[in-house]
Design a protein around this ligand. Sequence first.
Ligand code: IMP
Ligand code: MG
Length: 173
Amino acid sequence: MIIGKPFLTTEHIHEKVVELADKISQDYMGKEILAVGILKGSFMFFADLIRALKTPVTLDFIIASSYLKTTSTGEIKIHYDIREDIAGKHVLLIDDIIDTGISLNYIRERILSKGPASLKICILLDKKERRVVDVPVDYIGFEVPNKFVVGYGLDYDNNYRNLPYIAIFKKET
Ligand code: IMP
Ligand code: MG
């Protein structure tokens, strides 16, 4: 397996996280955010983003999986669901990457059915070309090409999540 040189460097990612957090802090001024991270992929982005927010934050997670290796199964399993009461809260859903949009769409509708005061979505990477379901995303870090990426929380078979940068993943031939 080959991990190429950084596609998005640590510095590049950090700058974008601060930019996103500033925008979110402005938009939510005077409100409290319930930040919900979709695990495992979002853990690093989630931790960096909420540390850069200037608004009060409570948090929770959803553990969901839709992927086997690099092929989307189109099937979503919820392994851990939000424990916080969502009703009346300003929910900010945070994920690493939007690809087909199938999992995010499923999770979005699940949260909406619980009556939040508002729901916005923040995603670090947008693989626009691959979209199957149209999901309204409010904050996007970077648009990425249709390549499999790893690092900064993103995995291949649960590996490479700890890389401090994002790289394009290639299988050795
Ligand atoms: P979607 O339902 O197809 O949008 O899949 C979204 C999920 O698939 C993301 O939250 C990731 O966990 C995973 N995923 C999609 N593309 C990649 C990638 O390039 N690298 C690592 N994980 C990915
Ligand atoms: Mg994910």
